[in-house]
Design a protein around this ligand. Structure first.
Ligand code: GDG
Length: 731
């Protein structure tokens, strides 16, 4: 099977000079990590045996040259460029991605700006990616979308194709309180965009949890151990801490580091390597080093800090500001502490060739990485992996994803300048055996969970999700062919019965649970179905008689109220109590419900003649998820010897006498005639028992629950109504 890797940038960058176009392999964690994985494909145990990478080639290419670039790119990498104008890319990459999403997701609210046009261009950009993928997609392709530039892409693809789609976020996912500051439609569309995936991966458990909390609070969807049911599919959210190509860093032969500045070999080096980005905590690092110099004069002339700062996003003003600040601060510290033989800080605003970087990692005594927020931070892992003699000390910010795995490093809070200064002193004094012990433990972990392991883990889980959920769902898909066949059977049948729930099937789910009157459109469909000769319709509901009469009383139909406690036959038009059950239990239950109701603003109790429902649809979604579970457990334990049923309804807890059996009521109707066409639509967990008692020649359809025992599954009430309308028109 082929893996389509989709990222904003291609692993090759195209540039133009006097001689024409030039292609260079691009650097960076994502590219180097994934390239290593892709090259290992035929060696590793995975379902993937081929790949194609889609992304932007790094510059705007005139239409006349696009074929040439396609060819050239393909020569150096199995890749397909997606072309954009520079104007669009400025608004998307420099705009929405790096002025809105990047600062916000890294908790820099003061750098976060919002421009409606940037957002609209971001949507356009994701749509163009979608169209390009659709042009080349094959039925057995797996798609792996990367990073914050393409968060709408999974849902755009999902609308058109059913291939497995995975998404991985390389940066942090923020807490709900931060995420919610995005515009209402934007924050919702981004989550919906991601939920088009089958598998969504994050570097750490925290990011995955923050994401799931936003899904609950903004989309109202709960998860069960990281799995969320969405639009009739199962979406899995999980943690995959990205690794590095350990062997490449550990085993590569490189020349010893050649220090052009000619500082003494005895001098210790405190190293830092990162893109110039305010999220990397470069200023705090300098302040920490300055304080270290102030507090420990004995280290003057004996240690210097080497900062490799890679130019990044130079078109964004906040990046230009941080560059100015950095220049000033380095100048100030060097001005204050340098002497003729010694300069405390060497700062290079450039990127190093790969081998030089490894040799610098090995030469450095300390690696000081102080991000204020960082999705993972691969430099930390690369530094540890490179230390062949296991000598060297990693100081790592607790705000990096990597700190979760590299806990033998000196973990610091970079907001605390004193702590940075103390950590430098501690690292420089750390005895060698201790350095070796710590690095050995970290190296073992990095060697095992390397980048190939990481990518395989992700792809294999995507495959598993697809195999489990999507393929079994396919069997339950209410395809147009199946609908057509059912309608033919309906037309040819002599005695037909259609049993349907009211809420969420005939009317949409509403926050105002007592005002879901049927529309004229619905009433017309009902009248048309019951108007067909030999066709019975039963509305099977947990509602009270009062509401059913109020909304549907003028229609000539069979109804059941309070889960089958009451039945109204269309012929007699009178309600009959099916079973006389006790209501004494209510006295005991009501005070408990009232107590919980007081604790949850927005919740309400609906007391019916023989049952009670506690609705929490209007309450805070997170609080209600928590309190409803507590109440449910409480009710189950209190009522275990009371002959009472406690069930989850739609954003409600339903309590009724155990003597009431929904399936008996269905049997009651089915026994009336010898029906040769039986069709039942349900939507609740409690409807599952109905599907199981239906005769073999029946059809059952469920809304929402993907683990249903019904024959087919549909997405929502509008799909149900659409089908009933076709039924009404069939004869
Ligand atoms: C994003 C997330 C997440 C750096 N300088 C040179 C050089 N590099 C290479 C390093 C490393 C990569 O760039 C940087 O990766 P990081 O992970 O440290 O940071 P971001 O670029 O911000 O990456 C981050 C990552 O995605 C992966 O998911 O960890 O949190 O922000 O590989 O080696 N490479 C060379 N010369 C340099 O001077 N050759």
């Amino acid at each position: 099977m082929r893996l389509l890797i989709v990222s904003n940038r291609l692993p090759v960058v195209v540039s133009k000079n006097d001689k024409g176009y030039e292609l260079k392999k691009s650097a960076g964690g994502l590219v180097s990590g994934l390239t290593d994985y892709l090259h290992s494909l035929n060696k590793s145990d995975t379902v993937i045996d081929d790949f194609l990478w889609l992304g932007w080639p790094g510059m705007s290419i005139e239409s006349k040259d696009q074929d040439l670039i396609r060819m050239e790119v393909n020569k150096v990498f199995k890749a397909k460029p997606v072309f954009f104008s520079q104007t669009l890319m400025d608004k998307v990459y420099l705009g929405f991605c790096n002025k809105t999403l990047w600062p916000l997701f890294h908790y820099f609210l003061n750098y976060t700006t919002y421009d409606r046009d940037y957002w609209l261009q971001y949507k356009r950009h994701n749509k163009i990616f979608c169209d390009e993928i659709l042009k080349i997609i094959r039925p057995d392709d797996y798609i792996w979308v990367h990073d914050y530039h393409l968060m709408l892409l999974p849902a755009l693809l999902r609308e058109k194709i059913s291939n497995p789609i995975g998404f991985f976020l390389h940066i942090p996912f923020p807490t709900f309180e931060i995420y919610r500051t995005l515009q209402n439609d934007v924050r919702k569309e981004i989550l919906e965009g991601l939920m088009g995936s089958d598998l969504i991966g994050f570097h750490t458990h925290d990011y995955a949890q923050y994401f799931l909390r936003c899904v609950l609070r903004i989309l109202g969807l709960e998860n069960h151990i990281g799995e969320v049911e969405y639009n009739g599919r199962l979406v899995k959210v999980s943690t995959f801490p990205m690794g590095i190509d350990y062997e490449k860093f550990h085993a590569m032969n490189v020349a010893p580091f050649n220090d052009e500045k000619n500082q003494s070999n005895e001098e210790k080096i405190v190293l830092s390597v990162d893109r110039l980005d305010y999220s990397k905590g470069i200023i705090n690092r300098l302040l920490g080093f300055e304080l270290f110099l102030k507090k420990h004069p004995k280290w003057h002339n004996k240690v210097h800090m080497k900062m490799i700062v890679v130019p990044s996003r130079t078109g964004v003003p906040s990046y230009q500001r941080i560059k100015r600040k950095l220049d000033e601060l380095v100048g100030k510290i060097n001005g204050r502490y340098s002497n003729t033989n010694w300069t405390p800080i060497f700062y290079q605003y450039t990127s190093l060739p790969h081998k030089e970087l490894i040799s610098l990692y090995r030469r450095s005594n300390v690696s000081l990485l102080t991000p204020l927020r960082d999705g993972m931070n691969l430099v930390a892992k690369e530094y540890v992996a490179s230390l062949q003699d296991k000598k060297g000390v990693l100081i790592l910010s607790e705000f990096t994803g990597a700190a979760k795995e590299l806990n033998e490093s000196i973990v610091i809070n970079p907001y605390n300048i004193e702590e940075i200064a103390n950590a430098i002193e501690e690292a420089l004094n750390l005895p060698e055996p201790e350095q070796i012990r710590c690095n050995q433990a970290m190296q073992q972990r990095l060697q095992r969970y390397n980048v190939t392991f990481w990518a395989n883990d992700f792809v294999n889980q995507l495959h598993e999700m697809y195999r489990m959920s999507v393929s079994s769902l396919k069997k339950k898909k209410f395809t147009s062919q199946i609908q057509h066949d059912i309608l033919e059977r309906y037309r040819d049948a002599k005695h037909r019965i259609v049993v349907t729930n009211y809420d969420r099937v005939l009317v949409p789910f509403s926050g105002e649970f007592n005002s879901v009157e049927p529309t004229e459109f619905l009433k017309k469909i009902i009248a048309e179905i019951t108007g067909n000769e030999n066709t019975d319709l039963v509305i099977n509901s947990g509602r009270s008689r009062k509401y059913l009469d109020k909304w549907l009383g003028d229609l000539d139909i069979n109804m059941t109220a309070e889960h089958g406690t009451w039945v109204k036959d269309a012929d007699t038009n009178k309600w009959t109590l099916m079973k006389k059950v006790s209501t004494e239990w209510k006295e005991e239950i009501m005070p408990i419900l009232e107590m919980y109701n007081d604790r949850l603003p927005g919740a309400s109790i609906e007391e019916k003649e023989y049952s009670v429902a506690w609705h929490y649809i209007k309450a805070d979604v997170e609080q209600s998820s928590f309190i409803s579970k507590e109440l449910f457990d409480n009710l189950v334990s209190i009522t275990h010897n009371m002959n009472i049923r406690v069930e989850y309804g739609s954003q409600a807890i339903e309590i009724y006498h155990a003597g009431i059996d929904k399936s008996e009521i269905v049997k009651y109707f089915l026994d009336k005639k010898k029906y040769d066409f039986i069709f039942l639509i349900g939507n609740n967990w409690s409807d599952e028992e109905l599907y199981r008692i239906l005769p073999d020649h029946s059809y059952s359809v469920n809304i929402g629950n993907i683990y249903t025992d019904a024959n087919f599954m549909i997405k929502d009430h509008s799909e149900a109504l659409f089908f009933l309308k076709s039924m009404a028109e069939t004869i």
